[in-house]
Design a protein around this ligand. Structure first.
Ligand code: PMP
Length: 385
């Protein structure tokens, strides 16, 4: 039988469009090459402008976890207190990271499927002085989006530094650094930017940069803002070799974002998520995230209650049918699958992904009417015009 190509519908990496792939396939040049230096400069300037950041931006080789570590490394010292707001697996990732750094860690967690709120944070900050608050914008294990703007207002009012993990959100869910009172926003290339994995991206407020300066020498070297700042200000300088082809790929991603318009891109993600969730719900699946907190970038779909679907079999067949998805984590493990609908996913991809879910459900013996989920999607896509 002819093999069906697999769409990467996990919550990142996401499908990489041809024009971005082309940038990664270019002949690599010296990192000091004047045209590359110019490209790097432009991508940094665009990121600052698009995310409304009057501070600094960093684009370096690494994954999202490095970006998390870099955020913490530059604004804390041993003994500082941090409030980790966690809505699941990736929020929890900050715990070990902060404990290793010798920070005084306190956890504020929400039940899986919901989010920590601004009121929860206000209560904690009123009780005790924290140096830093961390929030995961979109929690990839639950498909929950945290109210980062409302939490930002509270954190700012208390004079605390505010770290936002935008790994599963940036370039898909609305984020603006200065207007939202964010001190360090961190993300990476392989999710809503639609680039291959390999770049860590951070925005730092002036306050965060001042905090870094006040710490003098920090234990970290590669993750040190101070080592990278001269390069970010003038990419012809050297500290660590830039991922040349990925920087080009990011530049193309940013060009696509500008062409679409960032506000429209955020709006499209909201519409897309609504359609995806609606289509899957019509087929009998349940969205794990509570309605008020659903992410625009990815969803956790739980198998219909009482269904005898075997999780591993379902996801294996779904991959055969053309959509690779991810298994659930923690409280949701074995009960459903995680699906990304972020980045440069066009109508062809959206339709193919829902169609693959329908064929899989039928092959798994679920009682569904073929085309019912697709109809929701198709109607919504037409109504956009
Ligand atoms: N934070 C969040 C919210 C994530 O979803 C992930 C990865 N899925 C990470 C951090 C870690 O990123 P990476 O795997 O690129 O290190």
């Amino acid at each position: 039988m002819l093999k069906t190509p697999k769409l990467v519908m996990i919550p990142g990496p996401t499908p990489v469009t041809r024009s971005i792939q082309d940038q990664m396939g270019r002949e690599t040049v010296a990192f000091g090459d004047s045209s590359f230096v110019q490209d790097y400069k432009e991508v940094l300037a665009d990121l600052k402008e698009l995310w409304k950041c009057s501070g600094e931006v960093f684009v370096i080789a690494g994954s999202g976890t490095l970006a998390m570590e870099m955020a913490i490394a530059n604004i804390t010292k041993r003994g500082d207190s941090v409030l980790i707001c966690s809505n699941g697996f990736f929020g929890d990732r900050f715990i070990d990271m902060c404990q290793r750094k010798g920070l005084d860690v306190e956890l504020l967690s929400a039940p899986w499927g919901t989010s920590v709120t601004a009121e929860d944070v206000e209560k904690k900050l009123a009780e005790k002085k924290y140096d830093v608050v961390t929030v995961t914008h979109v929690e990839t294990s639950t498909g929950v989006m945290a109210p980062i703007e409302a939490i930002g207002k509270v954190v700012k009012a208390h004079g605390t530094l505010y770290v936002v993990d935008g790994v599963a959100a940036s370039a898909g869910a609305e984020e603006y650094v200065d207007p939202m009172g964010i001190d360090v926003l961190l993300t990476c290339s392989q999710k809503a930017f639609g680039v291959a994995p390999g770049l860590a991206i951070l925005w730092a407020s002036t306050k965060a940069v001042e905090k870094r300066r006040s710490l003098e020498t920090i234990p970290e070297s590669y993750a040190d803002f101070e080592k990278w700042l001269p390069v970010m200000h003038d990419p012809s300088k050297y500290w660590g070799t830039p991922a040349v082809n990925l920087v080009w790929a990011l530049k193309e991603s940013v060009r696509i974002i500008k062409e679409e318009g960032i506000a429209e891109r955020y709006a499209r993600h909201l519409r897309q998520a609504d359609l995806f969730d609606g289509a899957l719900e019509t087929l009998g699946f349940n969205v794990a995230a509570e309605k008020a907190f659903r992410a625009p970038t990815l969803s956790v779909y739980l198998y219909p209650e009482g269904s005898a679907v075997d999780d591993a079999t379902f996801r294996k067949i779904l991959a055969e049918e053309g959509a690779q998805t991810a298994g659930c984590l923690g409280d949701f493990a074995g009960k459903g699958f995680r699906m990304g609908h972020m980045g440069n996913v066009d109508k062809h991809i959206l339709v193919s992904a829902i169609a693959a879910v329908e064929r899989t459900a039928m092959r798994c013996g679920m009682d569904i009417e073929p085309g019912k989920g697709l109809a929701v999607l198709q109607k919504g896509l037409v109504e956009e015009h």
